[in-house]
Design a protein around this ligand. Sequence first.
Ligand code: C2E
Ligand code: CA
Ligand code: CA
Length: 698
Amino acid sequence: MKIHALAVQTGFEVDTETHVQARTRARALGAFVREIPFATALLDRDLALVAVSPEWAAQGVAPRLEIEGDAVAGGLVAPEDVEALRACAQDGLAFSRYLPVLDEHGVQRVWRTEFSACRDAEFEEGRAYAVMVTARDVTGYADSVLRAERDQQRLRMALELDDLLVREYDLRTKEVYFSGTAPELQKWCTFQDDPLEVAHPDDRQRCTDLVATRKVGEARVFEFKLNRDDGVETWVRSVGKVFVGADGKPEKLVNLFKDITDRRRHTEAIETLAFRDPLTGLPNRALFQHRFQEAVTASESLGEMFGLIMIDVDHFKDINDSLGHDAGDALLKRLAGMLQHAFRSSDTVARLGGDEFAVILRGLHGEADMTRPIEKLQDLLRRPIEHGGRSFTASASIGAALHGDPDADPAHMIKNADIALYRAKEAGRNRSIVFEPSMRSEVEQRLELLRDVRAAVAENEFTLFYQPVVDIREHKVAGFEALMRWEHPEQGILTPARFMAAFEDQDLSLKLGDMAFETALRQMREWLDQGVDFGRVAVNISSAQFRSGRLAQEIQERLARWNVPCERLTIEVTENVYMGWGSDLVSDTVRQLHEAGVMIALDDFGTGYASLANLRQFPIDRLKIDKSFVQNDEDEAIVRAVITLGTSMGMKVVAEGVEDAEQLAALSRYGCDQVQGYHFGRPMPAGEVPGFLRGFGG
Ligand code: C2E
Ligand code: CA
Ligand code: CA
């Protein structure tokens, strides 16, 4: 019998007096066990089952266990637990186990079984006489424990894999727990009193502000530099959340940290490429646009007042041309430094391109917050700049606009600041002007026009028309004046009256000037090839074109490139150009061209302030009397005087705007050499020139 075999194994003497007594006691207890309202079983000292409670029987715990069976065979303990069971029966050592059991539906359940010895101090000096087994169905509990354990493990794996660190700070006990998954990071995530101590002083205020607005239970993401005393720069990304305890009060602050230094360096490098101006290191136009949009959004949603400043270096091109690009670069870098010095570090100082800079100032309280740093900048600008052993000064024109009006459209800010900048330039440069709404209209139109012209230049919408200049004595066409036309896709052919401002804009006048020369020369080449005797072509030159100091060379190079003789070209320069900025430069340039054989004509004579006396220093071949004199009978005396004077100084005199035979006859009488006007021909497309010449000669 099994019971016998086990009894032999356990080494009990089966038949002693006390043994029988023990069994009797066990049986007596068994009567009580049968009444117990939870799963309980009782074994005697020989480990034979004495009794089970109804619950035990109903639940089918170890169902094969029968009264006369044994514990192992009945499945109550696993073979390896026989030792423990024996120790319990013999020495009274309690133990517990998890017991997997299949229920009546074949579903596995887990029971926790606890084995404890039944003793009585009066019986055999407290030696065990039975073993009481209680069982609890812990199936659900075991599952969740297991699952939690697995989750925990999975979480840990993820943390380790990603070098993430969890820090739990008990707000009540001040205890700190770390997940230990990123030991290097953990070193710098400890703190004394304040969890924010881990943030670098540079970033702490920002973090404090973020924490201040964080609600309990809300997760916030931070990126900041760690406060490392070894000076190594380490950036972390942290998610922080405060958990509440059972009493609804904040209990724990949990932070997740990740070292993002590499990623940050990487994105910084990319950002530097995409959003920084390589010369000055300042934000470029793209970043400026982005920041501007942020300022617009903040002003719209929070009513924040912000300022925008546009800065343009005065005569930057001249500095570049006369002192060299190195000096120009040095100036731009110095200016970048001054700007950073004058404005707060939270302001965005950007280089938009060329010599154009812009500053966005956020969180302003009034206009003074904007004008103060501007004054500081102007002070800085007054200091001379040393470069390559030379010292020079630069000035800047500054236009500023302030946005605080919730009804106004902040997107207009750029335009407004531009208008103010334009005003500053117009008023003589080297000054700052703050935008006022009254400035808008006229200037706006101008800016819009310049924008349109810029686009039209890119689209090649500009061309030249040619107006004949007739020699009245010889009655033949002496040449043509090339006049610019804009072939507007919607408005048709536009004359310069519609885009005059473009000739006054530094950048555009150069572009248009380039285009005029190229077009005229290509045309002359074509006519020469076709044997069309066009005489000379006169090209108008604006003052900006003289600025480079290389105009004479440029023109000669172009003539050579198109293989057009110098004697085929006339340039027309107005007296304002001679009298204006850099007249030495103009004088040098025209002299070189004159010596090369290019004819020099003084355009619009009489409209400016020049007198013939002070024009004497310039080599002028031709004097063009402005059409306003020619067309006004009362100015007859002036016209006569100009013709007489010009002729006496060895210049040929051309009268412009001759519209009828009467005017022509008068001019001819006064001794005028050449005339130009509707009387002989209007400006015409190049294609009509050969026909016109044939008609005139015939
Ligand atoms: P401008 O140099 O004085 O050119 C003469 C202007 O008088 C031309 O006007 C011409 O069409 C106009 N004109 C000629 N004969 C008569 C006439 O009998 N009666 C009247 N009422 N007008 C006459 P346009 O073509 O409109 O050009 C205006 C101005 O635009 C030019 O004045 C010149 O200052 C400027 N311009 C034209 N093309 C160029 C260019 O390629 N470069 C530069 N820098 N300026 C240019
Ligand atoms: Ca002209
Ligand atoms: Ca003219």
